[in-house]
Design a protein around this ligand. Structure first.
Ligand code: ZN
Length: 318
């Protein structure tokens, strides 16, 4: 029998806009709890459960856009009054730059952290971005200190381990189940990077099909080919309504504000629950983007989020 807790027992919200992200989140729960009644004004559907001793509310979204994200955040806060903060977990477009932890690649994880005078999650303006001018039009509040400390503690401890816990979390997803096959690690040869001024050749076809020619990348270590090591980068994430598909624009925006990753939904999280943004890199925010890495990148982000719970002080959260 699943446990039944009270609304006040839940202290962390986990918001994942896409279905592929939501399934990965559910796979990370230690146990699932009985559902609780909610006000008729709240149209979110929640999964309740626990991870590493913390009680978590997981909410997906019917339509991933800023308005639905904002609604999810508003409702979750009302129905579960003791939520201290949120994890905004999913996939994003990475900037192929080198950080302290290495080159950003597909399947890596980027986590929001204040850097260069910015809060860790900054907004680029829709209209302005389209003409290549990046004007910062907003920002999320910095992630709560307790999560920043947890992320740092996790990084410090992880560096000393031979067996990476994030990898272990990813393996909770049994890719032998037909519905979970999409979470399999793609062959690393499918990690293509193209020169910024090289546009995708034929819309609607994959890079292989239309013969796009990737630029040479530094090879992964041989021991990483079968068992990838999830590299975590911490810094600024940019969000806006416009999906970035021009690599030249991507690089320009990234350079201007030290952005490591782009995503399109965080604007809805503005002003609500304070959040840390966790993104698995599924493409390079260029015209060659495709779905091949969505599953694995979503799994990597969820696996990172799960691990973070082991580094949050339980007293602080409650
Ligand atoms: Zn292409």
């Amino acid at each position: 029998m699943p446990k039944t807790l009270r609304h006040e027992d839940y202290t962390v919200g986990w918001i994942c806009p896409l279905e592929v992200e939501q399934t990965a989140a559910l796979e990370m729960l230690d146990e699932e709890h009985e559902r609780l009644p909610q006000p008729s004004t709240d149209d979110n559907v929640y999964t309740l459960g626990s991870m590493a001793g913390h009680n978590v509310v997981i909410a997906g979204l019917s339509g991933p856009n800023n308005t639905s994200v904002a609604r999810v955040f508003a409702n979750i806060n009302t129905t579960f009054p003791r939520l201290k903060f949120g994890l905004f977990v999913g996939i994003g477009g990475g900037v192929p730059v080198k950080t302290d932890t290495g080159l950003i690649r597909l399947g890596d994880v980027v986590v929001s952290k204040p850097a260069g005078g910015h809060s860790g999650a900054l907004q680029y303006d829709h209209g302005k971005a389209a003409v290549g001018q990046f004007q910062r039009t907003g920002a999320l509040a910095p992630p709560p200190n307790v999560l920043l400390s947890a992320a740092q503690d996790m990084a410090a401890k992880r560096a000393r381990l031979r067996e990476a816990p994030i990898k272990k979390n990813i393996s909770r997803i049994d890719t032998g189940v037909p519905g979970l096959r999409k979470y399999k690690y793609p062959v690393p040869e499918q990690d293509y990077l193209f020169d910024a001024d090289y546009e995708h050749l034929t819309k609607g076809l994959s890079c292989d099909e239309c013969g796009c020619d990737p630029s040479p990348r530094s090879k992964r270590e041989a021991d990483e080919v079968d068992e990838p090591h999830v590299v975590v980068h911490r810094g600024n994430i940019a969000y806006g309504e416009l999906v970035i598909t021009k690599a030249i624009l991507r690089d320009k925006l990234a350079k201007q504000y030290g952005v490591l990753c782009f995503e399109t939904e965080a604007a809805g999280a503005m002003g609500a629950l304070t959040c840390i943004v966790i993104r698995g890199i599924s493409d390079y925010a260029d015209s060659h983007k495709n779905d091949q890495w969505h599953g694995y990148a979503a799994a990597a982000a969820a696996a990172y989020a799960r691990q973070l719970f082991f580094h949050m002080p339980i007293d602080e959260v409650k």
